[in-house]
Structures are given as structure tokens and as C-alpha cells.
Design a protein around this ligand. Structure first.
Ligand code: FAD
Length: 348
């Protein structure tokens, strides 16, 4: 059966919910399709001790503040998002996977593992969690230990007694390393020296920085002069690890050996686990039939609207679709502009 709707949102994580909030307010005819069985998108998979890098009021979607003080946990965020979609009665169908989006004459055709849909506008908000990124290093297949990625990490106990090499210079690596180092031997390797934010600065400053960079880029200015603040928020566990002296990083190795890793100067290190905290790529395979990807693998956009397909919008994913649009606060602000554009387009 083929169903029709004005606006079809793919993905019911925070970005999809933010879109839903503004679409509901605009009284649009819309639906949200989500592959997960439960609410909250990627948050339900994150490690147990994860803390957001901004306090609740600065990690909130439009309309409803994240409750509680301090830095919320992943479980707080799951509960918040589940409550949010109920509160605003968002029309979410799950679990349902979108397989492909095709061009139709006047509408986009959305093929799913259940019904198919025809939509005047499609918003893709599928996040990045399903596309973990691991860079290639020679010897990767020879390693006799275990390769894991951030997506595989839940809690430290399973690693007791194993030497874990944590790769990556961001918040995920720093938070996981801080916790792992309390139960086992760890080594940290990063491409460039890790940059910790001062103790009194958190994710709010990163959001402001992303906004200024985005505005500079839109105005055709380079972001020179805006400067970098550092990447890693010194939440309490990270501060404690820094004070214990375990947040010291080695430079990146050049190859992987059967027992560990090796550097260009010939030095080697044995380890049992290589834990790649090396980020994610946007989950865009369902849009492949539209043939919109540029050489960098991203879909070029003007704001959130795909430049090669005016009926398609992209929300979340990263700064390329809006300042800090992969964060809770950034997704909401970007969604507001996006829905204003969509409603104007629907009226035309
Ligand atoms: P997701 O949460 O991944 O949601 C996408 C949804 O789309 C999922 O439910 C998925 O099932 C669905 N989907 C995907 N493909 C399909 C398909 N083909 N068909 C149907 N449905 C589909 N942000 C902050 O604001 N503060 C933080 O402190 C913070 N910490 C972070 C720590 C880590 C380790 C990570 C990885 C991210 C963190 N973020 C943080 C960033 C951000 O909040 C998350 O990445 C967020 O989950 C992104 O939301 P999203 O809605 O874009 O994607």
C-alpha cells in the first residue's frame, strides 16, 4: 500500500523530534518513521556512565527543559526524549526502516520495510550512530586482540586485566578513558595533542563557537580569529582522571602489529584491545538512489535543504546542516529555521 503525507521525517531521534515539535506547531500534515523499537535514537545505546557536556537547560529540545541539575546522564536523556515525544503527541511509527528514497514526478517516494509513502517533502534525520568510523592502518587484520568502537562500549568491568589502547582525541575517548583507567591499564593515542577546556567552561561555549563559525562560513569569511577553545569538556570524571595523571596522550601509531601497535621510530606497544573512539559518518545510504552525495561523501545543502533536490532536507548529522545541529540544543534551533522554510515551500 502507498500512503501520502505532506512532510515525512525519517528518524525519531532528537533531530526528528525537534522537527516534529515545529511541524506540529505549524499544523503540518506529517509523520515520523523510526527504525528503533523504543524512543531516544542513539541515546539508548550509549555507555552507562556517559554525561552530557552541557547542563540540562542547555541540552534541551524546544518547548520542554531537560529536568534535573548538573550534567544529565544518557539514561536521563533517554527518559527525557521518551517523555518529550508523548507530551507533544508526535506521530511516530516504529519500528520501521526506510530502505530508499526515490524521485517521483511531483513527490518523493519513500520505500520502507512496510508500507511505501509519497511525500511532498522528506526530512532525513537518521543521525550517525549506525555508521561508526574506524580509520585504516596497515596491519589492522593481523591484530590478535580485539578491535572495538565507541558503539561497543557499555561499562568498564569487562576490560579488567586487559591493556586497552584508546584511540581518539574527543569527548568520547576522554570520558571512556577516564572510567577504564580506574579498573585496568590504559594507553591513549591521539592524532594531535588533546585539548581540554578549562574547568569552568562546558559545551555551551562549544555551541557558541560552532554558531560563530557557521555564521562566518555563511558570510563567506574564514573562521580565522574565532579560534579554538579545546574539544574536551572537563566533566567531573575527566577532571579526576586528569588529576590522577592518566590523561596523557601518545602520538598516533603508524601501523598495527599482531600484538599491538608500532610507531615510525620502531617503538612498539603490546595491548589486548584497541578501542576506536574515532567518530561516525552520517547514515545516508537510504538516499543513495537520489545520487546527491558530493566527493566528501556528504550531500551539499543550502542550510538544511539539499541543493540537488529541493524536496529533501537534512537535519542533525553535524555542523554542515546547521551550527552544532548534532547536539540537543543545536538540533532544536536548526529545526526551527528548517520548518519555517518547509511551511513556506508547502504554501507555494
Ligand atoms: P540519532 O539519535 O542517531 O537518531 C536517528 C534515528 O533515526 C534513530 O532512532 C534511528 O533508528 C533512525 N533511523 C536511522 N536510519 C533509519 C532508516 N533508514 N529508517 C528509519 N529510521 C532510521 N549531544 C549533546 O547535545 N550533548 C552531549 O553531551 C552529547 N554527547 C554525545 C556523546 C556521544 C558519545 C555521542 C556519540 C554523541 C553525543 N552527542 C551529544 C551528540 C548527539 O546528541 C547524538 O549523536 C544524537 O543522538 C544525534 O541525534 P539524531 O537525532 O541526529 O540521531
Amino acid at each position: 500500500m502507498t500512503r501520502q503525507v505532506d512532510v515525512l521525517v525519517i528518524g525519531g531521534g532528537q533531530a526528528g523530534l525537534a522537527a516534529g515539535f515545529y511541524l506540529r506547531r505549524a499544523k503540518a500534515d506529517f509523520v515520523i518513521l523510526d527504525a528503533h523499537e523504543r524512543p531516544s535514537g542513539a541515546w539508548q545505546h550509549m555507555w552507562e556512565s556517559l554525561r552530557l557536556f552541557s547542563p540540562g537547560p542547555f541540552s534541551s529540545l524546544p518547548g520542554r527543559m531537560m529536568p534535573g541539575g548538573g550534567y544529565p546522564s544518557a539514561a536521563d536523556t533517554v527518559a527525557y526524549l521518551a517523555e518529550y515525544e508523548q507530551r507533544y503527541e508526535l506521530p511516530i511509527i516504529r519500528p520501521l526502516t526506510v530502505r530508499a528514497v526515490h524521485k517521483g514526478a511531483s513527490r518523493l517516494i519513500v520505500e520502507t520495510d512496510q508500507d511505501d509513502w509519497e511525500a511532498r517533502i522528506v526530512v532525513s534525520a537518521t543521525g550517525t550512530w549506525t555508521c561508526p568510523y574506524v580509520p585504516y592502518y596497515p596491519g589492522v587484520r593481523d591484530f590478535r586482540g580485539e578491535h572495538l568502537h565507541t558503539v561497543d562500549y557499555r561499562r568498564p568491568e569487562a576490560f579488567r586485566g586487559r591493556h586497552v589502547l584508546v584511540v581518539g582525541g574527543g569527548n568520547s575517548a576522554a570520558q571512556i578513558l577516564a572510567e577504564l583507567s580506574t579498573v585496568t591499564q590504559t594507553t591513549w593515542v591521539t592524532q594531535r595533542p588533546p585539548r581540554l577546556l578549562p574547568d569552568d567552561i562546558d559545551g555551551r561555549a562549544l555551541f557558541d563557537l560552532a554558531t560563530r563559525r557557521h555564521r562566518a562560513a555563511q558570510a563567506g569569511r574564514s573562521d580565522d580569529g574565532i579560534g579554538g577553545l579545546g574539544d574536551i569538556v572537563a566533566i567531573p570524571s575527566v577532571r579526576e582522571a586528569r588529576d590522577r595523571g592518566v590523561l596523557k596522550a601518545e602520538p598516533m601509531f603508524t601501523r598495527i602489529t599482531p600484538t599491538g601497535v608500532a610507531w615510525a621510530d620502531g617503538s612498539e606497544l603490546a595491548c589486548d584491545v584497541i578501542l576506536w573512539c574515532t567518530g561516525f559518518r552520517p547514515a545516508l545510504s537510504h538516499l543513495a538512489p537520489l545520487r546527491l552525495r558530493g566527493p566528501d561523501g556528504l550531500i551539499p545543502t543550502d542550510g538544511t535543504r539539499a541543493t540537488g533536490e529541493p524536496r529533501l532536507y537534512l537535519l542533525g548529522y553535524g555542523d554542515w546542516t546547521g551550527p552544532a545541529s548534532a547536539t540537543l540544543i543545536g538540533a532544536g534551533r536548526t529545526a526551527r529555521h528548517m520548518v519555517a522554510e518547509i511551511t513556506a515551500q508547502l504554501r507555494r
